[in-house]
Design a protein around this ligand. Structure first.
Ligand code: HEM
Ligand code: NAG
Ligand code: NAG
Ligand code: NAG
Ligand code: NAG
Ligand code: NAG
Ligand code: NAG
Ligand code: NAG
Length: 379
């Protein structure tokens, strides 16, 4: 009996310890059961998320690959993910080099390093944090997801990091494969070769807006033809087009004024996409910028938001998805369906932080005239 009891208590202690130790403080709680959440929340540092930083005081161009922000190679355990922008900021120390950051740090870094405008920075960052971050510790991994506590085999659980498929990360990326093919976040040389090929064919060796439109169309057609699980509904519908604008908006030197037409050269593209590295003497854009030209890319080959329905070449429009005609539906569905679906019944600090982060998220599109939603009430 005594033996049994101590064995049980040892087992209980070990399993508690392993739960706490195995669960990184940046893992998302989304998709966990209420019991698991209660168990973890009590043991995680409970952070009150600060207000995000506002717009830059000096918002012009400047050298950002400076001596204070040297590129450094990855150390063991450093995390990188599907976003070449955030990867680069981490590898230059604008974000913590381990790849785990607070949303406020991300908002600050994308403004400081790339002059992303404050509204876009906040909207994108808090969208990602709400679905992929840890809302108790206020930390987000820019890559790696972890398995559900105690789950070492079987399908991966939806538990954190920007690699997490479907809620933010999505299909038909330019240089990353679709999740269906097994790796949703790593740089893929074959896809990058196509990026170069398209830049040669349509941009004279530079990735400009014309190339962006052609390659976006090509990647969508490839996914329709090869990925039975291809999903191109909101929010991916928006992020795919937005990300197609980023190389010519953010990766071209800020001293060049016609960046959309002149475009990004392939040597510098390789540095950003493959090596998470600013070119030598890189200056950020001359003014706060968002996804410039996004509608032009869409209008070159308009397609309804939709998905393949279990087989290749079965692309079916989904009229319930948000699209460019209904931007507020992006916000509404994201809050009311995606976030609410991940966190149906949050309590305590988790509920408080959901409310705060939903507020920061809404503030990013304050001017868009969408009705603010409060699925968890107000504080
Ligand atoms: C503001 C916070 C940001 C977050 C949370 C974020 C997150 C992401 C994620 C999750 C993806 C992967 C999409 C996918 O493959 O499904 C992505 C892609 C991308 N991001 Fe970011 N990003 C941010 C800011 C930026 C910035 C500032 C830049 C440029 C300087 C940038 C450039 C890109 C590009 C070019 C891609 C497309 C990669 C490809 O299609 O191969 N992002 N981002
Ligand atoms: C950039 O800074 C200037 C000077 O402070 C300001 O007038 C302007 O509104 C800022 N631009 C943006 C887009 O914030
Ligand atoms: C994403 O990629 C990783 C690494 O290849 C893989 O283990 C994981 O199953 C993929 N899917 C999801 C849903 O993250
Ligand atoms: C890269 O993408 C190509 C084309 O989609 C695919 O055939 C290949 O398997 C991918 N490579 C890796 C290493 O995932
Ligand atoms: C992109 O570059 C190509 C080749 O120089 C050019 O024909 C095209 O007009 C450029 N696109 C834009 C939008 O300027
Ligand atoms: C961009 O501007 C530069 C400098 O004014 C000029 O030499 C170049 O031809 C322009 N490129 C395009 C594609 O408009
Ligand atoms: C690459 O980036 C650097 C730094 O921004 C810039 O000076 C250089 O002109 C770019 N290279 C090409 C070929 O455009
Ligand atoms: C959000 O969801 C709630 C409860 O499911 C529903 O009552 C409300 O009408 C929804 N709001 C919008 C704007 O869709």
């Amino acid at each position: 009996m005594i033996l049994n009891n101590s064995f049980l208590s040892l087992f209980a202690l070990v399993s508690t310890l392993s739960t706490v130790l195995a669960f990184p403080s940046y893992g998302s709680l989304a998709g966990l059961s209420e019991r698991e959440i209660d168990h973890l929340v009590a043991r995680l540092p409970q952070v009150l998320p600060p207000n995000p930083p506002g717009p830059l005081k000096f918002n012009g161009t400047k050298l950002v690959n400076d001596p204070a922000h040297p590129w450094k190679p990855l150390r063991k355990g450093d995390i990188r993910g599907p976003c070449p922008g955030l990867n680069t900021l981490a590898s230059h120390g604008y974000l913590p080099r381990d790849g785990v950051a607070t949303p406020a740090q991300i908002v600050q870094a994308v403004q400081e390093g790339f002059n992303m405008d404050s509204g876009t920075a906040r909207f994108v960052t808090y969208a990602a944090h709400l679905v992929d971050g840890n809302l108790v510790t206020d930390l987000l991994s820019i890559g790696g997801k972890t398995r559900k506590t105690g789950q070492d085999t079987g399908p991966p659980a939806i538990i954190g990091g920007l690699n997490t498929h479907a809620v933010f990360e999505g299909d038909a990326s330019m240089t990353r494969g679709d999740d269906f093919f097994g790796d949703n976040h790593s740089f893929n040389q074959t896809l990058f070769d196509q990026f170069v090929d398209y830049s040669n064919r349509f941009g004279g060796g530079f990735y400009n807006l014309t190339v962006a439109a052609e390659l976006r169309h090509q990647r969508i057609q490839e996914s329709i033809a090869t990925n039975p699980k291809f999903d191109f509904t909101s929010p991916r519908f928006f992020t795919a087009y937005a990300e197609s604008t980023f190389p010519y908006t953010f990766f071209v030197d800020g001293r060049i004024t016609n960046r959309t037409t002149a475009g990004l050269d392939m040597t510098n593209a390789t540095l950003f996409f493959r090596d998470s590295k600013f070119p030598a003497d890189f200056w950020r854009p001359p003014a706060p910028t968002g996804p410039a030209g996004i509608i032009d890319i869409f209008l070159a080959y308009p397609i309804a938001a939709g998905r393949n329905v279990g087989e290749v070449n079965t692309y079916t429009p989904d009229p319930t998805s948000a699209d460019f005609n209904n931007f507020c539906l992006l916000y509404t569905n994201f809050v009311n369906q995606t976030v609410k679906g991940l966190y149906p019944n949050p309590k305590g600090v988790l509920r408080r932080n959901l409310i705060l982060n939903l507020g920061f998220f809404y503030d990013g599109i304050d001017g868009a005239g969408c009705t603010e939603l409060f699925p968890y009430g107000q504080l």
